[in-house]
Design a protein around this ligand. Structure first.
Ligand code: HEM
Ligand code: HEM
Length: 245
């Protein structure tokens, strides 16, 4: 493995070691919070702090999911392909500025107060828009033709759902309607996290190591055949990997 291959592992490793354990903690506290609220008499063993704990780890989850998405995008944009050659300086400056703005908008969203709904909405919109704009850059593999199985689209949607959760915390406490909205949206988020685990593992399997890439990209992707080494004859049944660029 060369440096580029090793760098490609940062984001999956952080997701597996940090993000998914936090997802488990947050979902566990979510179920207990709901159980305690709906059946107060039968759930005397559930401590009253579960709602607070869900919120505490939920705040960590938002930051870590957006963080892991930004790391994945940064790898695709800056490292997977040459970034500092052949691009106009304006485009390079714009992309770097977008990373800074997106992180700044999220930090400001964390710092807003419950009585500032407008600012919460503004910073949530800005940080989500930042993720979308960065996702549109060259180098990001979006799998748009198969969007319903795309690690990229699931990742962006789940990141935005986490930003929305953080934004509406005061409303969840105030109105039942928002509590239900939060539960519905984040049940979807939990499924998307499962999807991220599956599509991410699939993508790792499909992407060749740098030294293997030149050989694999000689393959015929449509018919899934590769040339035999030292022979130009394609061999039936030799399954090729899909092109990544
Ligand atoms: C996979 C992620 C998540 C799931 C599945 C989830 C699900 C839930 C569920 C089922 C409830 C209880 C609703 C009820 O009482 O019926 C809840 C409450 C709540 N959630 Fe989440 N949630 C998630 C992430 C988050 C995040 C990221 C935040 C904030 C940053 C958050 C903030 C809250 C708050 C403030 C409550 C109310 C807690 C209380 O009653 O004390 N949640 N959530
Ligand atoms: C919460 C969890 C995760 C989120 C939010 C997430 C998000 C993303 C996003 C937004 C991208 C950008 C797509 C691109 O630039 O090509 C990406 C790329 C990638 N992710 Fe994840 N990811 C998560 C977990 C994982 C896991 C667990 C793995 C592997 C085990 C993984 C493997 C990959 C790979 C290999 C790529 C590069 C895809 C490519 O270039 O085709 N991810 N991820």
């Amino acid at each position: 493995m060369n440096a580029k291959d090793i760098l490609s592992l940062i984001h999956p490793a952080i997701a597996v070691a940090f993000v998914f354990p936090i997802v488990g903690i947050v979902v566990n506290f979510a179920l207990q919070t709901r159980q305690r609220r709906l059946h107060p008499n039968e759930s005397k063993k559930i401590p009253p702090v579960v709602g607070r704990e869900h919120l505490k780890y939920g705040r960590w989850l938002t930051g870590s999911v957006v963080g892991v998405t930004l790391i994945a995008l940064a790898y695709s944009i800056f490292i997977k392909q040459p970034f500092f050659t052949g691009k106009p300086p304006f485009q390079m400056g714009f992309i770097i500025a977008m990373f800074v703005f997106t992180i700044a908008a999220l930090v400001l969203l964390y710092r807003t107060r419950p009585n500032q709904p407008l600012w919460r909405a503004v910073f949530a919109t800005l940080s989500s828009a930042g993720l979308i704009v960065l996702g549109c850059q060259d180098g990001v593999f979006r799998r748009t033709s198969e969007w319903y199985l795309s690690h990229y689209y699931f990742g962006i949607v789940v990141s935005i759902l986490m930003v929305v959760s953080l934004t509406i915390v005061p409303e969840i406490y105030k109105h039942q309607r928002w509590r239900v909205t939060h539960t519905v949206l984040n049940t979807l988020a939990a499924l998307l996290f499962l999807g991220q685990a599956m599509t991410g593992a699939r993508d790792l399997l499909e992407i060749p190591l740098s030294w293997q890439a030149p050989f694999l990209y000689q393959c015929d992707w449509q018919n899934r055949v590769c040339p035999e080494p030292q022979s130009s004859q394609p061999v039936e049944g030799h399954v090729a990997k899909a092109p990544r660029f």
